[in-house]
Design a protein around this ligand. Sequence first.
Ligand code: NDP
Length: 265
Amino acid sequence: MIAPDGFRNIPYNIPMTNRTVLITGGSRGIGASIAREFAAAGDRIAIHYVSSSQDAQAVADSLAGGGHITVSADLRDPNAIRVMVDGVAQEFGKIDVLINNAGVFFDHPIETSTYEDWQKAWTDTLGVNLIGAANVTWCALQHMPKHGTSRIVNIGSRGAFRGEPISPAYGASKAAIVAFGQSIAKALAPMHIGVTTLAPGFVDTEMAARLLDGPEGEGIRAQSPFNRVALPEELAKAVYFLASPDSEWASGAVLDFNGASYLRM
Ligand code: NDP
């Protein structure tokens, strides 16, 4: 049987080693775990951070293999993003995989926030979680091979679908990153670049520590019938799959990753 046109060009069984990977927000939490997962498989990692240079360097030093680098940019600054991404490409020669992971979460309930606090929360949250990710993606695309193994994985959130009453800008930013991922999955498919989004529930990181370690912690863990939250290492394995050369057909997908804490059709 002759494979339909287009199918012949899909490079199956491409070795998964020696890819170059840019991970935004790799200095801690989920990003650091993702870095460890990819490096253990033989990839070279650019660990991006905004202010935690020592933490980022410690992550880089802890990775398997060699040639890893750290890079910095405030994702609210489009020019800094371009310099950062171009620097990664200059060092690595190309960017095979982009993981849009950096994110911020600020409390700004509409009932009690001042107008000034409200505006700052929206500007900063969308600036990092959405516009920052979109700008990193544009810049990275200029350096991505267009022959079938390049991948973009966005880290979304269950909050995109469930609502975020304490941080509505966060929920909006994560819903938007889902829509962004679906749009560019269509746009980049002709280049065989796969784009997916992981939508986790609570994960045991600094971002969630304040809630998990407080009086609400027990209730948060009980949201899942497994009675726990995710470990960053679990997310890293899922991201690794979504970024693999074999995952082209997952492009456009949103993978709910929340321990059955929030189910939707
Ligand atoms: P952390 O708070 O542990 O780490 C956030 C990362 O983002 C850090 O590397 C930080 O850099 C970077 N960052 C923060 N602000 C900026 C900025 N202005 N410009 C550039 N980088 C910035 O987060 P997590 O590991 O918990 O979260 C990672 C992703 O997963 C986020 O997108 C988050 O929304 C998502 N997520 C997390 C969940 C959770 O429960 N933890 C649940 C669902 C989704 P630096 O260290 O230099 O400050």
